[in-house]
Design a protein around this ligand. Sequence first.
Ligand code: ADP
Length: 322
Amino acid sequence: MTSLRRIALFGECMIELRGQVFGAMQQGFGGDTLNTAIYLARLCRDQDIRVSYATALGIDVFSDYMIAAWQAEGIDTSLVRLLSNHLPGLYAIQVDPSGERHFFYWRDTSTARSYFDAPNTPLEDAVSELSAFYLSGISLAILPPEGRERLLATMARVRANGGMVAFDNNFRPRLWPNLSEARTLYDRAYALSDLVLITLDDEMALRGEIDADQALANVLALEVPEVVIKRGVQPTLVRIAGTPPLAVPVETVPRVVDTTAAGDSFAGAYLAMRLTGTPPATAARAANRMAAVVIQHPGAIIPAEAMPTPTVLLTTEATPPV
Ligand code: ADP
């Protein structure tokens, strides 16, 4: 995996509103795959790797702002489709008096759902240039049935061209009409992936599994070449087909501030490491470190000046500086 040059990530990024209901609200943007793209681009800045984000946005000032912000992060936006008569999705985060966060979504008509509403898309046209392709369960869930088929076909084509396909399970039950449809699509996505990043809680929700040990055994037995299992504070497991799973401890953090994007930043760092030839267990240790930094900051994206370098993530010292 050392000669990789271009990775595309496909998904949805929405406008974020955070603050008082009918009071002052701060605007931002966010989405699981976009968060991963930002962490990946930051960590690959000094590498010869082009990080391209594929999604659909509208022709409006909010979309313009997002594209400019992604470009400022070093993300290539040439695979973004701009569709007239559509607007980006929107979500609001409200924190109740006990500190609990509540999410409200307006995404049923968001532009990203329409990415494949054309005979050709920039993502599909770029397949032959892709050394790697990343998507999540949310990327699949938001698309209409025909779009899902096109996305799965894109995974297959990247792989047929010798590219690496990585899938993060990120299961969100409310985006699926029922579990059985979701399971069918997930099984197909896993079968098309070289690397699957799994949050065990999400996998249990998807499979209706209540026994964590059994759920873990099922995941470890998946027929995917490389499986990484994230379990919150418990050690991360890395299983390469044909070898016993390796347990990689997570970092000890003095205080968890906000776990938003823990898994997304883990994915960005894990991909950055694997794309530059780092072995799986070492990549998982670096990714645990990246996530440990992220959860000590509020919000999904930490300030650029708080970013550890790849060298810091790979250092043998016990805890990375925050
Ligand atoms: P997700 O964000 O996908 O739901 P997890 O909650 O499993 O995933 O967390 C993702 C990663 O974030 C973990 O694998 C670990 O590296 C890190 N992490 C999460 N919670 C903690 C914690 N309390 N202390 C240290 N690291 C954590």
